[in-house]
Design a protein around this ligand. Structure first.
Ligand code: CP3
Length: 342
């Protein structure tokens, strides 16, 4: 078992720097496309055998040091009673957005084993196959709320921010339910065998820091506290576009802070205090010529020498247009350059 990822999460020194990529399974991989051509994305998410297949693909091809469960952050929102659709090229859609007390009251807090058994079954199956640790995940409450309040993706988050500012009680009622759902969902993932858990706060950076502090951070804190009562596996919090939020996120009881590429890694490490750090190569840097990509990785590894635990990752997900050969170059470079001198 390769445990470098778990050791780095806990701030321990490792034989090489562990590396995995957000969205490492997905459309940039021909093997994923082949599976996906036979069924819809949601059907795939609900088929444990195929979820296992696509989770393993990037680990087998590129030798990542961790696997991430194949699923989607919006699966538990569907389990809360909200119809969910994915249309190719348009992203997720909730045709019945949550905009009033009646819709908020109708949200149910799911029982993970009853309502999302396919996710937990995928975890159990994966643990039999994997030789690297398995990361479970969920969306952070603010990010999930933007999808269910807007009815899908959004440019300026008009409906969400209007609700925050004009109907804060309604906003908090919705977020409280999403938070309860997320805690129990992640606890169930840990029980099923997930060896680390990551909270994705993809839209945190859309908030002014003062609003982040009031309308996003407290729910993350609650989930981390709930998780600490049930499990001692590493907890990772990733706030995308979150450089200006580090003074807040560094106060969280997460083992690892995920960092996007809009801040120099050395600055993020300084601000992260005792936390291990994960990141932060620009996903578009995978389009650099090989020599330049390797030089950039070498510079990041040099900066990371100061970290209290470092996991190499992108600053956000792999984009579908990425050349898999470039992913191979990056992963190999992290392994090769970080094991020199050991
Ligand atoms: O490899 C992995 O990282 C595990 C799988 C994973 C997916 N989604 C698969 C997926 C994970 C961890 C996610 C998280 C997720 N989903 C996030 C947080 C991370 C981030 O990217 O910020 C968000 C915001 C979502 C919501 C979501 N799911 C969107 C906006 C989309 C559409 C994106 C697009 O480009 O069309 C999805 C769909 C989705 N989730 C795909 C995959 C592989 C593509 C589906 C397909 O096959 O068509």
């Amino acid at each position: 078992m390769n445990t470098t990822f778990l050791q780095a999460c806990k701030g321990e020194t490792t034989s090489h720097v562990p590396v995995w990529f957000m969205r490492q399974a997905g459309r940039y991989l021909p093997d994923y496309q082949r599976v996906r051509s036979t069924l819809s994305f949601l059907e795939l998410c609900k088929n444990p055998d195929l979820c296992v297949t696509v989770t393993l693909q990037p680990v087998d091809i590129f030798h990542f040091d961790a696997a991430i469960l194949f699923s989607d952050i919006l699966i538990p929102m569907e389990a809360m009673g909200l119809p969910l659709e994915f249309h190719d090229g348009r992203g997720p859609i909730f045709p019945e957005p949550v905009r009033d007390q009646k819709a908020a009251a109708a949200l149910r807090v799911p029982e993970p084993e009853e309502d999302m058994p396919f996710v937990l079954e995928t975890i159990r199956l994966l643990r039999r196959e994997l030789k690297v640790p398995l990361i479970g995940f969920a969306g952070a409450p603010f990010t999930l709320a933007t999808y269910v309040i807007e009815g899908g993706s959004s440019k300026n988050f008009l409906a969400t921010k209007s609700m925050m500012f004009r109907e804060p009680e309604l906003y908090h009622a919705i977020l409280d339910k999403i938070t309860a759902c997320t805690s129990s969902y992640l606890i169930a993932q840990a029980k099923a065998g997930a060896q680390a858990l990551q909270l994705f706060d993809s839209w945190a950076g859309a908030l002014a820091p003062c609003d982040y502090e009031r309308f996003a951070l407290p729910y993350v804190r609650t989930i981390l506290a709930d998780l600490r009562q049930h499990t001692d596996i590493p907890l990772i919090y990733f706030a995308n576009n979150g450089a200006t939020l580090l003074p807040y996120t560094a106060t969280l009881d997460a083992d690892v802070l995920g960092i996007d590429w809009r801040i120099p890694l050395a600055d993020a490490i300084r601000q992260a205090g005792p936390h291990a750090v994960q990141g932060n190569l620009d996903p578009l840097a995978l389009f650099l010529p090989k020599k330049d990509l390797e030089a950039r990785i070498a510079a990041m590894l040099a900066a990371a020498a100061e970290a209290h635990g470092y996991i190499f990752n992108l600053g956000h997900g792999v984009i579908p247009e990425t050349d898999p050969d470039q992913v191979k170059i990056a992963v190999d470079a992290v392994h090769r350059l970080s094991s020199q001198g050991n």
